[in-house]
Design a protein around this ligand. Structure first.
Ligand code: AMP
Ligand code: ZN
Length: 290
């Protein structure tokens, strides 16, 4: 099949076929739109993009570099070598080559500088690793004067985390899953530019642009059951992912702007609460004065 521009198509989205170039353009405009929609990055910011070498963070950093002028940002990269044998060695190599090709300044921090590596951790390696990454990203960004740390979390990562947190009874999570978290105390602002973008779209962008990336999964990573579940649910309830992502953002807005209903005085996020609007719409004889 052919793209509207006449070239060979690589993908069908909705009713349209796309060639590599047209797909990349569409991808970049989707990333730009969601960055603007959610205020994920702001004009004038120095962005530290955390890159692991995997498809998502590779797509993110390449997209941010291309959008630098349009968004008025400056992008540099950070890779953390976690000391997971051959996997970490290859990851660092990929990041170096990628940033070299894209002309992005790359900073590399070795976890071993702090006296241990993830290979030293026998139990709960993923949680120790997650903590180490967050610690180093934040500390490095603050000490080097960056305004915001961007990570390559994609739509499936965020939704999988919602499910996981619900299951484990962790209720302080929703704020961490927002597309942008403003900095406070010694925390630098955090951003997820690919919040709304699916991992398959990221992979296709990386392939279209022939960017180098590491397809290997981390040897310490647990199985991907939560992400698999997201696909299962999405198949049964099309639009589930988008619904969860949008409601995370909406919830935050609602909680942020509560006021008193103009009619009854009960708390609401709108001028007149939903109940009073229903009373007006459906009510015949009013027994209880509002
Ligand atoms: P993960 O925690 O592996 O799901 O990765 C989430 C995001 O964290 C990635 O998209 C990257 O932006 C960032 N990240 C993960 N591993 C590294 C690493 N070794 N160095 C720098 N950033 C990383
Ligand atoms: Zn085309």
């Amino acid at each position: 099949m052919r793209c509207e521009c006449g070239k060979n198509a690589i993908e069908k989205i909705g009713n349209r076929y796309y060639c590599k170039e047209c797909y990349s353009k569409r991808y970049l405009s989707l990333v730009e739109r969601s960055i603007r929609r959610y205020g994920i990055l702001k004009r004038g910011e120095r962005v530290l993009a955390a890159v692991s070498g995997g498809k998502d963070s590779v797509a993110m950093i390449a997209a941010l570099k291309e959008l630098e002028d349009k968004l008025g940002i400056k992008v540099e990269a950070l890779h953390i070598n976690l000391g997971i044998g051959e996997y970490s060695r290859k990851s660092e190599e990929v990041c170096r080559e990628l940033c070299d090709n894209l002309g992005i300044p790359l900073h590399v921090v070795n976890l071993s500088e702090y006296g241990f590596t993830i290979s030293d951790v026998r139990k709960k390696a993923c949680s120790v690793c997650g903590n180490a990454k967050r610690y180093i990203m934040n500390r490095f960004a603050r000490e080097q004067g960056f305004d915001v740390v961007a990570t390559g979390h994609c739509a499936e990562d965020v939704v999988a985390n919602v499910l996981k947190n619900l299951y484990s009874g962790n209720f302080e999570w929703s704020e961490k899953l927002l597309p942008r978290i403003e900095g406070y105390f010694k925390f630098v602002s955090k951003a997820k530019p690919l919040y709304e973008i699916g991992e398959k779209e990221n992979l296709l962008f990386v392939l279209s642009r022939r960017l180098i990336f590491l397809p290997d999964e981390c040897p310490k990573a647990p199985d991907q059951k939560w992400k698999e579940l997201v696909y299962v649910i999405e198949k049964r309830i099309p639009g589930f992912k988008k619904g969860v992502l949008r409601s995370l953002v909406r919830r935050e807005k609602v909680e942020g702007e509560l006021k008193s209903c103009k009619i009854c005085g009960e708390p609401t996020s709108t001028e007149v609460c939903q109940f009073c609007r229903n009373v007006k719409k459906f009510g015949k004889v009013r027994k209880i004065p509002l």
